[in-house]
Design a protein around this ligand. Structure first.
Ligand code: NDP
Length: 346
């Protein structure tokens, strides 16, 4: 059995969903009430792969909402309680979705193996970052040529280059895609220097310089909502792959030649018959999902019950190949640019 731990995109969405599900007492509560609400297993689902294999899974809502991010103890408790529930339900492999994997890593929850009388078994959980990184690279390779970008001559900026997903994307760009130049962007200097050394190339850039020089920008950092970007300084054409969470780049960029693509999203080859993606603002919630969620399904399809993506900067090209091949075999494809936009370009 696979599991997905997720959360609503906002407090208001969470309240709406709770009402729909009949949890009226929680729905009517304020944020303090929600801070004490336990995780809920809200949906069971059966999924049949393109190979014909059937697996079962469950969606656990952590009852976390982004408005709780500044409440350290609450955020920590929400993630650990949801993991405890997944383990108690006997789920083999569970993906930590949305902010939950970031909370796990940033708040160093590895130190919290004991939750009440449950000892968490890390091998039952995955961040899903290997599949997310592979999907973002696919989205780049498939969509850039469609809007007239020749990747062999292209400058590709990776914003969040030193992160878990960002560093994997850089490794792939450098060893597999073969772009003209990788522009590395993050706030701290030393990890950038270390990454540049590991890659044997790439140039370290400020965000401003990278944006004005890049043909493709891969965003794998959660950027502040207040970030202002002058679209007139971007290259034309420019492909923006919005791999961060929340996905809010299309609000920031507009103009001729700028194409924003939701990064790290996959589409299954047929409807799944679940309702869990409706609140995640997917265009086709019956078959689209975050690539990190899909990783838990893939590991279950492959009988690979291990914490496949874990810790920071451990994603290898071999692991990306493994999960990428499984993704294609079981019927997932990376979400691409809207075909109407491409038609207008060509
Ligand atoms: P990490 O915390 O490992 O990495 C974050 C990276 O972003 C670091 O390089 C960090 O470096 C950089 N960064 C953070 N803030 C800024 C900033 N203001 N300007 C420039 N760089 C910045 O995160 P992950 O790799 O695990 O995840 C990256 C993003 O991908 C997250 O937003 C996450 O939510 C999202 N994600 C999306 C998924 C999907 O859509 N399917 C699935 C999983 C994750 P520094 O601190 O030095 O700036």
């Amino acid at each position: 059995m696979f599991g997905l731990i997720g959360h609503s995109t906002s407090f208001n969405d969470a309240k709406r969903k709770a009402l729909e599900l009949g949890y009226d007492h929680i729905a009517e509560g304020d944020l303090d009430v929600w801070c004490t609400a336990p995780p809920q297993l809200v949906e069971h689902v059966k999924v049949v792969s393109a190979t014909g294999k059937t697996i079962e899974g469950a969606y656990i809502d952590s009852c976390f909402v982004p408005e709780m991010l500044s409440r350290f103890k609450t955020a920590r408790r929400k993630v650990l309680n949801a993991m405890e529930l997944a383990q108690k339900k006997g789920i083999n492999i569970t993906a930590l979705g949305g902010f939950t994997s970031i909370i796990f890593e940033n708040f160093n929850l590895l130190q919290n193996k004991q939750v009440r009388n449950t000892t968490l078994q890390w091998e039952r959980f995955t961040t899903g970052n290997t599949h997310t990184a592979w999907v973002i690279c696919q989205q780049l390779e498939i969509n850039a040529p469609k809007i007239g970008i020749d990747l062999k001559k292209a400058r590709v900026a990776v914003v969040g280059a030193t992160g878990d997903i960002g560093s994997a994307v850089c490794r792939w760009l450098s060893n597999r895609t073969g772009v003209a130049e990788i522009l590395l962007v993050a706030r701290q200097k030393q990890p950038l220097i270390d990454l540049q050394k590991e890659l044997g190339g790439g140039s370290i850039n400020t965000l401003e310089d990278a944006l004005s020089n890049a043909d493709v920008v891969i965003w794998v950092a959660s950027m502040p909502r207040t970030l202002e970007i002058d679209s007139s300084k971007l290259q034309n054409p420019c492909l923006m792959i919005d791999g961060g969470y929340p996905k809010n780049l299309d609000e920031k960029f507009s103009g001729n030649g700028i194409h924003v693509l939701k990064g790290g999203i996959v589409e299954f080859f047929k409807d799944i018959g679940w309702s869990m993606m409706e609140l995640a603002e997917m265009e086709k919630p019956q078959r689209e999902m975050f690539a990190c969620f899909a990783e838990a399904m893939l590991l279950e399809f492959e009988n690979c019950h291990t914490n496949f993506s874990w810790g920071r900067n451990n994603i290898t090209l071999e692991k990306m190949d493994f999960i990428g091949n499984a993704s294609l075999r079981h019927g997932f494809s990376a979400v691409g640019l809207n075909p109407n936009i491409q038609a207008a370009v060509v």
